[in-house]
Every structure is written in C-alpha cells, then in structure tokens.
Design a protein around this ligand. Structure first.
Ligand code: TYC
Length: 102
C-alpha cells in the first residue's frame, strides 16, 4: 500500500496498527522520616509542580499514605522514579517512589 508521487517517491501508509502508549502514574509513598520540605522540593523539581500543588500532594501522601505526582509514558516514568530514588538516597532519606500502569 503506498502513494506514488511525481518524484516517484513511494510513501508507505501506516497500517492501522498504532496504539497510544501505555501510561504510568508515578506515586510517592509515605514514611515517618523524610522531611516534608524535602518531599515538597522533590515534587516541584521532578514533577514540575508549583509550590502550592506540591504542598497539596505531599500532605495527601502524608495523610493517605500515597499520592500520584504525574502520569507519563513508561520510559519517562521510569526515569523519574530512578531520579527521585537516587536523590533521596544521596540525601539520606528513605523516601519511596513507584510507578503503576494506569
Ligand atoms: N510523613 C513524613 C513526615 O511526617 C512526610 C512525608 C510526606 C514523607 C510524604 C514522605 O512521600 C512522603 N516527616
């Protein structure tokens, strides 16, 4: 299947096979030791939230045990989880971050 143009280039049409990528939510988990301010800064820095939104997400995690920070494609979500875990570990905090298919 293709379209013949004047310059003889043949552009293959995409068959009807492209699905939208699976999406993954990145979730922060509560613990008793990571400082609230550290979590707020993480949410602002790695999930591009303003301070007020970051504060709301942090408090939700603190009260409910977990909170969604954003929804991304698989590779982006995995990168964010790795960056957050590395940053927390280097700072000496036990903050945990996971990804879940939506
Ligand atoms: N519970 C922590 C405290 O009281 C704060 C906290 C919030 C820790 C969110 C982790 O993902 C987290 N210092």
């Amino acid at each position: 299947m293709g379209t013949k143009h004047e310059n003889s280039t043949v552009l293959e049409k995409q068959a009807q096979k492209l699905k939208p990528p699976s999406m993954y939510q990145v979730v922060l988990l509560n613990d008793d030791y990571t400082p609230m301010e550290f979590v707020v800064a993480v949410i602002q820095e790695y999930f591009s939230k303003d301070r007020e939104t970051a504060m709301q997400i942090m408090l939700k995690v603190h009260v409910e045990g977990r909170g969604v920070c954003g929804v991304y494609t698989k590779d982006v979500a995995l990168t964010k989880v790795e960056l957050v875990l590395t940053h927390a570990k280097h700072a000496g905090h036990p903050l945990q971050c996971v990804m879940e298919e939506v």
